[in-house]
Design a protein around this ligand. Structure first.
Ligand code: AMP
Length: 290
C-alpha cells in the first residue's frame, strides 16, 4: 500500500496507473476508521482496479462549537486497517487549503433542510473538500456511505450539476450487532451512554415499520420522538420522512406504491461519556431496507 502525503506524490502514482489504463475508485474519509469505512473498500474493489482512500479531517465542514479539535485521529491504526482491507493508495495531506483560499461551493436542492437546518455551513464544507479531492485525484468512481444519506445525495447532485465525469456509488449502512450505525464518533460513548445510543435505531426501525403498514406519520413520529426523550436523548433535531431522491419532507399518508421511494431520517443528541453529548444521525428505507 502506497502512502502519499503531498499532491505531487499522489499524482505521480495515479499517473502511472492511468497510463496503464487502470480504473480508479476513490473513498474520502476523515479517518478513525471502522468496519463501515472498510465496507466501502469492498464495494470499490468490485468496480475498479485501484483503490484510493483519503484521510483528512476537513476543518471547513465543522461549525463553531463542534468537535473539530477533538475529532478522533488514529493514524497508525487507520493505516493498518487500510492495508489489511486491500487499499492501494492512501492520501493523507497535512493541509489542503492555501491561506488565500477564497472559493465557496454552496449546494442547494438535496442539501437544503434536515442537516442544513442545524449545521448551516456543513454541506458547503463537504462540497468544497470533495470537489477539491475529485479534481486532484480524478477518479473513475467514488463510493459514499448511505449512513450520511443527505451527503450522498448532495454529492450525486454536485457531480451531475457540474458535469464531473465520476460515477457515484452509494453503500449500505454498516451497523454494530446492536443495530447502532457504525461511526467514528461512537468512540465518545462509555457502556452506559452507548446503551442509550443503541436505542435510536430500534425506535427508528419501529417507526418505519409502522408507517409502512399505513400508520399516521404525525402520530408515529411524535411517539418516536417521545420515546427518544424518555430513552435519554437530550435534543431531537429531526425525525422525518422524506422522498428518497429529493429529500422533500412528507407529512401526508403515503400510498403503498410510493413507500419504496421514501426514507426516514433522524438526528438526535445522545449523552456521551465525558458529560457532553454526541449528535447521532441515522436513516432507513421504509421498505426493502438498505
Ligand atoms: P467519514 O469518515 O465520517 O467522513 O465517512 C467517510 C465515508 O464513510 C462516508 O462516505 C460515510 O458515509 C461512510 N460511512 C461512515 N460510517 C458508515 C457506516 N456505518 N456504514 C457505511 N458507510 C459509512
Amino acid at each position: 500500500m502506497k502512502i502519499a502525503k503531498s499532491r505531487k506524490q499522489l499524482k505521480k502514482q495515479i499517473g502511472k496507473w492511468k497510463k496503464k489504463g487502470k480504473k480508479t475508485a476513490f473513498i474520502p474519509t476523515m479517518g478513525a476508521l471502522h468496519a463501515g469505512h472498510l465496507s466501502l473498500i469492498d464495494i470499490a474493489r468490485k468496480k475498479a482496479d485501484k483503490i484510493i482512500v483519503s484521510i483528512y479531517v476537513n476543518e471547513k465542514q465543522f461549525g463553531e462549537g463542534e468537535d473539530f479539535a477533538i475529532y478522533p485521529r488514529d493514524e497508525k491504526q487507520d493505516l493498518d486497517k487500510l492495508k489489511a482491507a486491500g487499499c492501494d493508495l492512501v492520501f493523507m495531506p497535512k493541509k489542503l487549503y492555501n491561506k488565500n483560499h477564497a472559493t465557496k461551493i454552496i449546494p442547494q436542492g438535496a442539501a437544503l433542510g434536515l442537516e442544513s437546518d442545524f449545521r448551516p455551513d456543513f454541506f458547503a464544507g463537504v462540497a468544497l473538500i470533495v470537489t477539491k479531492l475529485f479534481n486532484i485525484i480524478k477518479p473513475d468512481i467514488a463510493v459514499f456511505g448511505k449512513k450520511d444519506y443527505q451527503q450522498y445525495l448532495t454529492i450525486k447532485q454536485i457531480v451531475r450539476d457540474l458535469d464531473m465525469d465520476i460515477k457515484i456509488i452509494g453503500a449500505p449502512i454498516m451497523r454494530e450487532n446492536t443495530g447502532l450505525a457504525m461511526s467514528s464518533r461512537n468512540r465518545y460513548f462509555d457502556d452506559n451512554t452507548r446503551n442509550t445510543a443503541e436505542k435510536l435505531n430500534h425506535i427508528m426501525f419501529e417507526a418505519a415499520k409502522k408507517i409502512a403498514l399505513g400508520g399516521d406519520i404525525k402520530s408515529i413520529t411524535d411517539n418516536a420522538i417521545n420515546k427518544l426523550v424518555k430513552a435519554g436523548f437530550t435534543q431531537i433535531d429531526y425525525f422525518a420522512i422524506a422522498d428518497s431522491n429529493s429529500l422533500e419532507i412528507i407529512n401526508s399518508h403515503i400510498s403503498k406504491d410510493k413507500l419504496n421511494s421514501c426514507r426516514l431520517l433522524v438526528a438526535a443528541h445522545c449523552p456521551a461519556s465525558n458529560g457532553s453529548s454526541v449528535r447521532l444521525i441515522d436513516n432507513c428505507a421504509l421498505v426493502d431496507n438498505d
